[in-house]
Design a protein around this ligand. Structure first.
Ligand code: ATP
Ligand code: MG
Length: 438
């Protein structure tokens, strides 16, 4: 029955004790890019298979080996998205976003699916945060998008190296492809089977191959930077000048080609050397022909995607601070049925006021209830029994030091609620003390 009690290979659960990290990360990401005018887009989990064949490219590892493709009950071929750019562009074209004010700036948080060999930082279902900036061919757009990642990483406490390259445009790339083909053809017999096929169709893919032999042969290969046309050279220089002006440090890595076919000109990766072999935490670039290729207007674009799992690994490795998860504020213990009803009523009032409050839902003894309150890290507790109900009063105890505030349980509906006010005051006092000692 292991199939019922173990998730599929390459999937991961985020447990209740860990989810606050994800929530923090996702909020920070969306908030930071909002400062640059990016707003969230939500797209479907699956698309027509053809969309990915066309955009990601049918000589890439993603399309050739990694897609979750299946026929639905209507006989259509659909694919779980392996990335977010294709769906985002499809959506922008379908809904006419590109006919409005440009640039269009969209950001997404999504799960993506690739049939890969699972290992640390490489999953079959993983999560990406990404953006697309559509409509601008200017180097200032490239610089803005890249500096935004730099800004975000600083906010998150992540240290990563920015590596930059240009892979030119179709004009200058043709000559380069030829030079590459000649380089690899000399050792054709040693190449892996996939690369033998790619040699004719798309020799740049060979530089991205993971096979050690192909990588070895690729070492002495000619580099795109030496083949850039005048326009691509000027664009690259302008991107660098803007990054310099914004004090975004980078290194040039002429070996970056990126694993997806659609890139042109600027490509970049942010690399962390703290998380092992899967070290690219963010990758992106310009894709000037893609929108048109997908049936949209002839508009350029640029974007990036980062893997949330790898980002979290990097944050842990950099000891980046996560905000403390807010604990339970009040635990209202009770003894007996009448007190239990009162406890439920008061707990509900506190929750309506925005406090995390708890009462017994396990029919436990008072002693066991208090033990549980401690486990929850409740900051205050209250115990209700017959005598509290009779007297219409109870003691709100601060768990840290045992100090006590008397509260009334019998306030008239029109009066300010005694318990809510006491909890509110006690919390304010705590904050004031914390500020004083800081
Ligand atoms: P890699 O070289 O690691 O396979 P890639 O070039 O296939 O990466 P992209 O398609 O550019 O990756 O995706 C952008 C980012 O998404 C990557 O930099 C990485 O952080 C993350 N990512 C990609 N594939 C996976 C995966 N299988 N598991 C976890 N994260 C991933
Ligand atoms: Mg990959």
């Amino acid at each position: 029955m292991a199939i019922l009690t173990k998730g599929p290979r390459g999937t991961q659960d985020v447990l209740p004790g860990e989810s606050y990290k994800w929530q923090y990360l996702e909020k920070k990401m969306m908030e930071t890019v909002r400062l640059y005018g990016f707003r969230e887009i939500r797209i479907p989990t699956f698309e027509h298979t053809e969309l990915f064949n066309r955009s990601v490219g049918d000589t890439t590892d993603v399309v050739q080996k990694e897609m979750y493709t299946f026929e639905d009950k209507g006989g259509r071929s659909v694919t779980l998205r392996p990335e977010g750019t294709a769906g985002t562009l499809r959506s922008a074209i379908e809904h006419g976003l590109l006919g409005d004010a440009l640039p269009v700036k969209a950001a997404y948080l999504l799960s993506a699916f690739r049939y890969e060999k699972p290992q640390a930082g490489r999953l079959r279902e993983f999560h990406q945060f990404g953006v697309e900036m559509l409509g601008s061919s200017a180097a200032s757009a490239d610089a803005q998008v890249i500096s935004m990642v730099f800004h975000l990483f600083r906010e998150l406490g992540i240290k990563a190296r920015l590596e930059l390259n240009s892979i030119g445009c179709p004009t200058c790339r043709a000559k380069y492809q030829e030079a590459l083909r000649n380089h690899f053809a000399a050792r054709r017999e040693e190449l892996c089977d996939t690369c033998k096929d790619r040699l004719e169709r798309n020799p740049m893919r060979l530089l991205d191959c993971k096979s050690p032999v192909c990588q070895e042969i690729g070492k002495g290969a000619p580099m795109m930077l030496d083949f850039l046309c005048e326009e691509c050279t000027a664009h690259f220089e302008q991107v660098k000048a803007r990054l310099d002006a914004m004090e975004v440090p980078y290194t040039i890595n002429p070996r970056i080609v990126r694993g997806l076919d659609y890139y042109t000109k600027t490509v970049f990766e942010f690399v962390s050397d703290k998380i092992g072999a899967q070290s690219t935490i963010c990758a992106g670039g310009r894709y000037d022909g893609l929108i048109e290729q997908l049936g949209g207007p002839a508009l350029p674009g640029i974007g990036f995607a980062m893997g949330l799992e790898r980002i979290l690994m990097t944050m842990e490795a950099c000891r980046a601070p996560f905000p403390q998860e807010k604990g339970c504020v009040v635990y209202i213990g009770s003894m007996g049925d009448a007190a239990g009803i009162k406890a439920a009523q008061l707990t509900q009032q506190l929750r309506k006021e925005g406090f995390w409050a708890e009462c017994d839902t396990m029919d436990r003894s008072v002693k066991a209830q208090m033990k549980f309150a401690n486990k929850l890290g409740a900051r205050f507790s209250l115990i209700l029994g017959d005598s509290e109900l009779e007297q219409g009063a109870a003691k709100l105890k601060r768990m840290a030091d045992g100090s006590v505030t008397e509260i009334r349980l019998d306030a008239a509906p029109s009066e300010p609620d005694s318990l809510v006010k006491a909890v509110y005051d006690a919390c304010l006092e705590e904050v004031a003390t914390a500020l004083k000692t800081e």
